[in-house]
Design a protein around this ligand. Structure first.
Ligand code: IDP
Ligand code: MG
Length: 164
């Protein structure tokens, strides 16, 4: 958020977007990056990794009691070809806007035009993760990224994207 954080703190909102293993398998990484880039959000960190059960259990701690939890962790950590692209974005209201771009959790309810509504059919394989609140986003970014992996860089298009 270099340079304009004091003038417009809401532009500094960050979120965690993750392409889940099914999304990586289905070559959705580029499509997801494309959608967030063309919207105008700023990518500040990205990596591919095999998610550990330790990270996943923290990431989904609020779902521990759900019947689908074991299958969810298996899906997120499944097999040697599993990878995850994690993206951290900054922008005005990025948390709320990205949830709208991602669509309903249940893919069958997700609207056309959303990532889930365009590319998935079932809640258990819904391609993408997006933080659901600003508070949760900060926690998730801390869980998935080391501070040094988040890049501070200045964009030249503030006044084209925002009134600042
Ligand atoms: P979200 O990803 O839209 O934030 P959450 O309720 O946080 O949805 O659930 C996390 C993930 O758990 C979902 O994206 C989905 O992969 C999985 N999940 C949620 N509910 C179900 C279910 O009823 N059956 C199977 N998987 C589920
Ligand atoms: Mg969630």
């Amino acid at each position: 958020c270099l340079g304009y954080s004091s003038a417009a703190p809401e532009i500094c909102e960050r979120t965690l977007i993750a392409v889940k293993p099914d999304g990586v398998q289905r070559r959705m990484v580029g499509e997801v990056i494309k959608r967030f880039e063309q919207r105008g959000f700023k990518l500040v960190g990205i990596k591919m990794l095999q998610a550990s059960e330790a990270v996943l259990s923290k990431h989904y701690h609020d779902l521990q009691k759900k019947p689908f939890y074991p299958a969810l962790i298996r899906y997120m950590a499944s097999g040697p070809v599993v990878a995850m692209g994690s993206m951290v974005w900054e922008g005005h209201n990025v948390v709320r806007s990205s949830r709208l771009m991602v669509g309903e959790t249940d893919s069958s309810q997700a609207k056309p035009g959303t990532v889930r509504g365009d590319f998935s059919v079932h809640i258990s394989r819904n391609i993408i993760h997006a933080s659901d609140s600003v508070e949760v986003a900060e926690k998730e970014i801390g869980l998935w990224f080391h501070t040094a992996e988040l890049i501070t860089w200045e964009t030249n298009d503030h006044s084209d994207l925002y009134q600042v």
